[in-house]
Design a protein around this ligand. Structure first.
Ligand SMILES: *Cc1c(COP(=O)(O)O)cnc(C)c1O
Length: 397
């Protein structure tokens, strides 16, 4: 069955049909692929024909191009963004019961790896406007057992890393930036120096999950660091703890980026800045369309970071979100709640959380955030349609 929703915007050109055959998506991976199809197909076929499926030349080439793009000394490709968090935590030599500070409002992976390694995740509040942790929040959670902190650059903009690094230095803590959502964002320090998000802490990590800003066609991830010693250790851990072939110095894991994925990523890396610009343009359109809607708060920008809009996340006035979401759905507009449940309420983390523990900002955000479709292939017509659908709900046509 197929249904059609027709809509009119001010000019007739805006008339579009949206059907189940061609529904609006949160992310349009197909449309993006079509534009680089020739190059991608050739690269994939070359990989298949070469049979160098593991550790082929494309992995090294991509690693070097990413080091160059990020201006970081070491990129260590690995199997996914979760491994990218786990491997550095194994390399730090932490002990059971050591505490790692993580935000309560993030994807599970950030805290999951901490618990998996027998460490203690300490889940903290985030800023009500930027959705990111701050230096002040982190500092309040530090105890004599704290060893590391994992700031997450949520939805596409960097935490205030200058301030966070000062706190980390003062308390002698490791810093892992979870940069799965903000690759390509620029952070500017007080002195005017600019660095890429993910290259400021001791370690940065990212995910190449297909829907991420730099996504491959399967799973993938990477670790970044300027510290050569740590890099060597992490390369060893990612390769079964192997120091030379069949000699294993430490317990490690098997975590590699496939050659095919590296070849795809190397092509997409060349487009990363242009992809970010397309997302920023879509975000600006939404910002403008929603500026007078009292019931909505549009994304607040970090003062010292650019925003690459992995997500465009609104805060919807208390109690209105379910009806708005339903109204959007009826118009063929998908929307998502990132994240509906604070980490400290997840059953899996029960043992780390005192009964009744609540963080008010995190609670409020879990009840009010709503992410709209945002991707690299959005047309004015599509943005017009989606934002009109939102505006009609609030009677702001
Ligand atoms: C996607 C994501 C991860 C995990 O990445 P995978 O590649 O799916 O393992 C970790 N942290 C954050 C914040 C993410 O968004």
């Amino acid at each position: 069955m197929e249904f059609y929703i027709q809509y009119f915007v001010s000019n007739y050109q805006g008339l579009q049909k949206i059907s189940q055959m061609n529904p609006i998506q949160m992310v349009d991976l197909k449309g993006q692929y079509e534009k680089i199809k020739a190059e991608i197909d050739e690269a994939v076929i070359n990989c298949v024909a070469s049979t160098a499926y593991i550790n082929g030349a494309q992995v090294k080439a991509f690693q070097e191009n990413l080091e160059n793009y990020l201006q970081v000394k070491n990129v260590i490709p690995c199997a996914n963004g979760t491994d990218a968090l786990q491997i550095p935590m194994m390399a730090f030599g932490l002990e059971k019961g050591d505490e790692v500070i993580v935000p309560s409002f993030t994807f599970i992976a950030t805290a999951e790896v901490v618990a998996l390694l027998g460490l203690t995740p300490v889940m903290v509040e985030i800023d009500a406007n930027t959705f990111n942790v701050t230096a002040e929040i982190i500092e309040q959670a530090i105890t004599p057992r704290t060893r590391a902190i994992v700031p997450v650059h949520l939805f596409g903009q960097s935490c205030d890393m200058g301030a966070i690094m000062q706190v980390a230095e003062k308390h002698n803590l490791f810093v892992i930036e979870d940069n799965a959502q903000a690759i390509g964002a620029d952070y500017t320090f007080q002195n005017g120096e600019t660095k890429k998000a993910g290259t400021i802490g001791h370690i940065g990590t990212t995910s190449f999950f297909p829907s991420k800003n730099l996504g491959c066609y399967g799973d993938g991830g990477a670790i970044f660091t300027d510290d050569d010693k740590l890099a060597e250790k992490m390369r060893m851990i990612a390769n079964h703890g192997q120091s030379e072939r069949y000699y294993h110095s430490v317990i490690g894991v098997n975590s590699r980026l496939d050659t095919i994925q590296a070849a795809i990523l190397d092509i997409k890396l060349k487009h990363l800045d242009e992809y970010a610009a397309a997302r920023q343009k879509a975000a600006a359109f939404y910002d403008d369309a929603f500026q007078n809607i009292e019931e909505l708060q549009t994304p607040v920008r970090e003062r010292n970071s650019t925003h690459v809009f992995h997500q465009y996340t609104l805060q919807v006035k208390s109690g209105m979100r379910p009806r708005l979401q339903k109204h959007l759905k009826e118009g063929g507009v998908p929307s998502m709640i990132y994240y509906p449940i604070p980490l400290y309420r997840q059953k899996a983390f029960k043992e780390f959380v005192a009964p009744g523990f609540r963080l008010p900002v995190t609670e409020k955000l879990c009840d009010s955030v709503l992410s709209l479709p945002i991707h690299t292939e959005m047309t004015e017509d599509l943005l017009d349609y989606i934002s009109n659908r939102v505006r009609v709900f609030f009677n702001h046509q």
